[in-house]
Design a protein. Sequence first.
Length: 336
Amino acid sequence: MNGNGKIYDVIAIGGGPAGLTAGIYMSRANLDALLIGSPVNPSQISVTDLVENYPAFPEGITGSELVSKFEEQALKFGLDIIKENIHTIAETFINNHKGWKIETDSGTYAALSVVMATGATWVKLGVPGESELTGRGVSYCATCDAPFYKDSTVIVVGGGDTAVQEAIYLTKFAKEVIIVHRRDRLRAVGVLQEKAFSNGKISFIWDSEVEEILGINSVTGVRLRNVQTQQTRDVAADGVFIFTGSMPNSRLVKGIVDVDQNGSIMVDKEMKASVDGIFACGDCTNTSFKQVVTACGDGARAAYSTQLYVEDLKGVSYDNKPAGEAKEEGEKENDI
């Protein structure tokens, strides 16, 4: 087992809003809980410049500040938090109950249940020049890299909330921001579209896809293909920021639980996966609407479902009353 030989009631995997909210609820339920976060891959929201649609922050808050507040609150309630690389998850037996063992760089951790809150990873374009120039003009994080592009021209690829939000942020540094989108209109929410259209530093290239990212030692531009006419043209730029969607981080449980065609972990309304003892929440699941606030709701629901599962395994659930104990008004006798 791990260094202290401890067996946890539940281990949550992932240090973003979903995982930390689950951790808060699990700790408040007096579950013996551990959260394992990644030491190298932060939550996507933690590298977002401004979160302005999370309740109680009318002026907005940076993603990193918000995640820090989640973590501070989780630690306050006694959640154990570590950051390690996880290699495998496998079924095991703990005190005659099915449980799970998690192999990390430092050893093996064991628990009666697991909450997957591993989030998602940015989708890459898969075009020539992308991998070769990543870190040399190709980026997936405006908050991380925008200061390198002061008074420069940059291209943002994508038309959703994240792409438009990050394009607006880039105008604080770049002299020109060009949004390239494969359709003729944005997918982002109305308030973000209004901000982008009214920003004099932002221009748009519609109905176009990036065919190649140009440059040798650093980005010098992109080659675009118009999806309507199939014509190509080169557009000069000093940087390319890619925000074209994300893929769920479900590698650890593929082959263990059911996933959909996109790799999202399939859960029911109680956040239960297809195998007993595994729950999932946030962006790694097949939920249709992925926001910080919904990830938190998912995390709370997953924690509650985990609590009921663990208490039932231990025979201490509220429904397991001692013989002869009076039932509360409205409760029904068991059929058996």
